[in-house]
Each structure stands twice: as structure tokens, then as C-alpha cells.
Ligand binder design. Sequence first.
Ligand code: G6P
Length: 610
Amino acid sequence: MCGIVGAIAGRDVVPVLVEGLKRLEYRGYDSAGLAVIDDGGQVRRVRRTGRVAEMEAAARAEGLAATLGIGHTRWATHGGVTEPNAHPHISHGVALVHNGIIENHEAQRERLTALGYAFESQTDTEVIAHLIHHHLGRGLDLLGALQATTRELEGAYALAAISRDAPDRMVCARMGCPLLIGLGEGENFIASDVSAIVQATRRVIFLEEGDTAEVTREAVRVFDAEGTQTVRREHLSDVSLASLELGPHRHFMQKEIHEQPRALGDTLEAIIDAAGFGPALFGAEAAEVFDGVTGVQILACGTSYYAGLVARYWIEAIADLPCSVEIASEYRYRRAVANPDHLVVTISQSGETLDTMEALKYAKSLGHARTLSICNVPESAIPRASRLVFYTRAGAEIGVASTKAFTTQLVGLFALAATLAKGRGRLTAEDEAAYVESLRHLPGSVQHALNLEPQIAGWAERFASRQHALFLGRGVHYPIALEGALKLKEISYVHAEAYPAGELKHGPLALVDADMPVVVIAPKDSLLEKVKSNMQEVRARGGELFVFTDADSRFGPSEGVHVIRTPRHVGVLSPIVHTIPVQLLAYHTALARGTDVDKPRNLAKSVTVE
Ligand code: G6P
């Protein structure tokens, strides 16, 4: 969703801001803008709806150049997608960008209107710019005015502001939305996401909840929620520039699908190195946190939720522990019964999905002290709020539709199931060795599945002309059917539903006719015969079947039954391998339909609002 970048330097920062905003495009946005203090000491602003490139062209046409500026990509919440609603917002020489939502904006708007402020936008954000100006008028400096303002705001925000009266500094604040400061040589930066500034510096300070900061060319001063000056640790970001660039690929999604053998290999490294499972994989406190766990509660959104659904099968079957999985936005608003002996596991690629973060806070407020996060972004909010963390090592995921994050999350969750099982004396040394061996072969098995791309692309041509599709799976492959349907609808806009195959005759069978392609995930596991019966039910109604299976199933094509086989059954890790074909099917269907694969309409990469 929205992105922030700010820079103060001895050089022209406009190209830095534009490049930063381009690197934030992947998060999803609908308008972009930047504001600078120019050599004449004036605030100049350019905003456009649409792409950053359009805003960049406008900035160039106006000859914008400056050594201090802030930029923003906006994903509309309050107020439509219009230029007046795009950030930065300006109040009498103060320019401001904001991520998040100000909940008391209506009351503040009334108050500021009574004070004589005129509003130009329908956003919740504009009140912040006016409030800062109002407090400057009381004699406070820019940082003081920002701090006075944040004391009056309710809601979530990451803010950055500049003022024509203080052309040597930027100020910023964080509450509920990520914000960091990048440290350069004689130049400093502000960003909501490290990818926005990684071309300029890797040295970063992550602000904490309630922090405010003042950033000049030479210095950074950080203040905690009480307003006391404080020191936040400096980190060296390991986000690689290569992971932020497309290289020879047509889309980031394609690149990221093909990166999976590498991403899985990196994520597996610690397990393979240790030749087994153990609490050390999850952090220093893990042995203590896992000790006496009697159940697992998983909370997540979107694709990460589906990873949780797969994990439930593993945790119950391998660790013999009850496991519930719930959509974070549902859990956070219901009266849940907490069991302090249950482990709460949040799963999040970004580590900043608001609903998942709030569900975690709610679980903690109910008395859950055993918390683990499976996450792909180091130092992001959700792992920081958790006692334990397993970092997936997928690398930056840019495509809005999650791919390599999902399969690496599954590795982390499988390791969790095996570790809990081992701790409970439910994992024999033989089983452990066999699981490690299967994991060792996983990148190769995934590569074999990727090699099926030409066949899958052939199927995609037929899906591109359809309006609907049905996905079926059973057991641990049912969540993969869900993930396949989600991928297809997200990026190709073909309506798709997934069902457990056994549920077919309780409803969705009514939809089956010659126009309804039915995708079946049917590996050779204990449920294959059941799935075959379900396929017969589809064929008997004239439905066309597209079956992903493995070589061991000996299942062949026939009239109306198309079959693609992965080379061999990989046992308990089969859902990971069977994810690849459904990702490729969605990708190639979207290609054939000519949709914007990496930035599907209306969707955002990180959903940082409700
Ligand atoms: C958005 C993304 C999805 C993602 C979901 C959860 O909807 O478009 O791809 O699965 O958020 O995100 P998280 O970062 O918490 O895994």
C-alpha cells in the first residue's frame, strides 16, 4: 500500500525520490507525488494519479531540483483517486506525507476549520499538515510541532514532513506503520521500506512505535514515545539489488516463481546444516516457549493463511497437537477463548499486514505469551512483536501475488511441526532423517515441477477464454487448491473457487458443465482413490478435468481428462511441489489475458490498513 521516501543531501534529491517511489510501486498504489524545498526556499509539489513515471515526467517538465524533499505513493482509502487527494499535502509551507489511517480526522477537521484552515482534499491526512502548521504558529520548531501533532492523532501512521521555514531538516514519526531512516555520507533518508533507499545506503535505523525523529544532512535525533531522546540500533540491510530488479524476466511474478529452488534452498540451509530439527531454528527462547505447548493457533491473511491451513495437517499428523487456523481479521474481532499453553503462530510475508499484527496483539492481550512469527522481512513489525521468529529466506518478493514466500513459509511450518513432534517424543530418528532427506531434495523436485511450464502454458490458453474455474483437492492438498484458485482470480481475474473434492456433491457440482474447467490436485497419497471418484462425478456431468498428479499415480489422460505429472511423489512435502503448477497456470492464464500480472487491479502487496 502507500509508500514514503524522503531525502536530504548535498546533491539533487529528485532522482533519488523518484527512484525510491519506483521501488515502492510493487506495494500497490494509485497516485504518486513529491514535494521539495527549492533553492529559492519555496515548497514545490508535483502529484499525479496513475504511475510514478507520469509524475516523474511532470517533475522533469517543471525542472524540479532540490536538496530536500519527500515523496509518496498513495493507495486510496479516504477520498477517491484524484490529484487533490494525492500526497504530499501542504499547509502554508509545510509539506507532509502519511501512511496509515487517522481515526479522529473528522473531529480534527472540525477544529481546524473553526481555526480558519481551508481543506483542499477529502483525505484524513490533510489534518496532519494543518496541525503541524498550527503548532509551528505557537512557536514550536518543526520537530516540536510534529510531536505536539502526534499527541493529538488517533490511529496508525508513518509520517514525514518538511517546512520552508526549516530547509535543513526533515522530521518523521511512526505509530503502527513501518518507518526507517537511512544513513548516508553527508546525506540521510527516510523510507517506509528499505527497498526505497537501498540504492543510496544499506545502513538503516528502524523506528519503534511512538518514535519521532529529526533528520539533517549530518545527524539523526530520535525521540521515544515519551519525547525522550533515545538511540536506536543501526542495522545493515541485506536486501539485494538483484532481488529488486527484473533481470531477463517479463514479470516479477515469473522471476519469483522460478527463484523457488534457490529460495527454498536458502530457507532450508539451517535445517540441513544441523541435519535435523530443533528449537534453535526458531530463536534463543524457543526451547522454553515450546516446552509444554498443548496446541497451536495460527493467524494470517491471504496466501499466508493458506500456508497455515497446510500446516494444520502437518502439526496434527506429525506433532499430534491440536491446531486451529484462523483468518486474522476474523480472530481479532471475536471473543476468542485463549489457552496460554497454546503457541500462537502468525504467518506474514511482509511482517506488516495490519490485521495479522492486530490479531497478534489481541492474542497477547488474551494471555497468549507463546508467540512465533514466520516472516520474510527481517525487523518488520510482526516478528518484532513475537517472542520467536523463523525467517523465510525468499528474498524480496515484489509481485503482489505471493509465490516464493508461500513455499518457503511451508518449509518453516514443516520444520515447526517436526520440531514440536521431536520435543514431544513423537519423532523417531528414522523419520527425522527421512524428513531431512526429503527436504534436501526439495529444491530439485521443485525444479522438476518448474520444467513443466511449457505444458502448463498450453493449458493456460484454454483457461484464458473461460469466465470461471473450479479447483479441487483433498487433505493436505485442499489448501493448494485454494491457493491455485486465489492465484488465478488475483492476477487473471478469472473467477475461481476451490473446494475439498469430497464436498463437490454438496453444492459446486451444480456448476459443472462443459464450460467449467475443473483443476484437480491429485498426487499419489492415501486419498487418491477418493479423488478419482470425485473426478468421475465431474466427467459424468460433462465437466473437463485438468489434473496435476505425480508419476507414481499411474493416472493417464483420457477423453475430457488432461493430465500433467510431476516426476515422482515426494511424500509429506507434496503440497510444496504441487504449488508450482497452480502458480504457473495462473501466471500463464494472466499472460494470455494480458492483465497487469505484477500489479493486479485493486490489490496491494502489503495491506497496512483494515
Ligand atoms: C495481500 C497480498 C497477498 C498476501 C496477503 C497477506 O493481500 O496481496 O499476496 O498473501 O496480503 O500478506 P502477508 O504479507 O501478511 O503475508
